[in-house]
Ligand binder design. Structure first.
Ligand SMILES: Nc1ncnc2c1ncn2[C@@H]1O[C@H](COP(=O)(O)OP(=O)(O)O)[C@@H](O)[C@H]1O
Ligand SMILES: [Mg+2]
Length: 227
């Protein structure tokens, strides 16, 4: 996926000025940066939710977008929330198998008939993950998806994400302000500054599933230095 000379302003507020970025297919690009630097705007540009100047070249148009605040349909159960995005994609016969399989993977099969208001924050984000992976998207956009979770829930959901991702890779842009989270999932980490400057750009050589043993202290230091 390629962003070519992308510009976006809100009045005098220049968020991106002729910004260029190439994200490798089927890899996870983590985008770090301080609040207000344009991380959400970047995802909205890629997804087409916001207008902009320039071009975005994508290998496919199917997008899963996990928003910062879980956006589940409140009047639908967990099961129906996932079914909702699959209706026009798979046949009626196939849909239950896909949903039940993904619900088992995110450990929500027993909660499939609950409504969003009955879910904890962690469970809600698991539904968002399940919905994103159930839909056969080319591109996965994630906007600080684990932000509100405590550390042990975060650790578990990252494990779930990594295991889903290992068997079903998509071109992913993972926005976060949490450097540890970025190191836990990403293949490459960039630090974005308002206006579209890239302050750091680090490719991680060890795959996410082997991260536990890797020493990234030098890379981490370079990123901390620009944050
Ligand atoms: N809909 C909007 N209208 C006006 N300004 C906006 C809008 N969305 C974002 N901005 C501004 O654009 C800048 C980048 O915002 P955002 O992409 O949300 O940053 P981040 O996600 O990195 O915190 C901020 O200065 C913000 O105030
Ligand atoms: Mg944001």
């Amino acid at each position: 996926m390629k962003l070519i000379s992308v510009s976006k302003s809100y009045g005098d507020n220049v968020v991106f000025d002729k910004f260029c970025l190439e994200a490798e297919e089927k890899k996870i690009l983590a985008v770090l940066g301080s609040s207000g630097c344009g991380k959400t705007t970047l995802l909205n540009i890629i997804s087409g939710l916001t207008d902009f100047q320039g071009a975005v070249e994508k290998s496919g148009n199917k997008i899963s977008y996990i928003f910062q605040n879980k956006r589940l349909l409140p009047n639908l159960t967990v099961y129906k929330n996932i079914e909702f995005v699959l209706k026009n994609v798979y046949s009626k016969e196939k849909i239950p198998c896909i949903i039940n399989e993904i619900l088992r993977k995110v450990e929500l099969y027993d909660s499939r008939n609950l409504y969003p208001s009955e879910l904890s924050g962690g469970m809600g984000q698991r539904v968002s993950l399940a919905r994103a992976f159930a839909y056969p998207s080319d591109i996965l956009l994630m906007d600080e998806p684990f932000k509100a979770l405590d550390i042990s829930l975060k650790k578990r959901i990252i494990e779930t994400f990594n295991s889903l991702y290992r068997t079903d890779r998509r071109t992913t842009v993972f926005v976060t302000h949490d450097i540890e989270e970025a190191f836990a999932v990403a293949d490459r980490i960039i630090v974005l500054q308002k206006g579209g400057n890239i302050l750091a750009d680090e490719t991680l050589s060890v795959p996410a599933e082997e991260r536990g043993y890797a020493d990234f202290s030098e890379t981490k230091k370079r990123i901390y230095d620009v944050l």
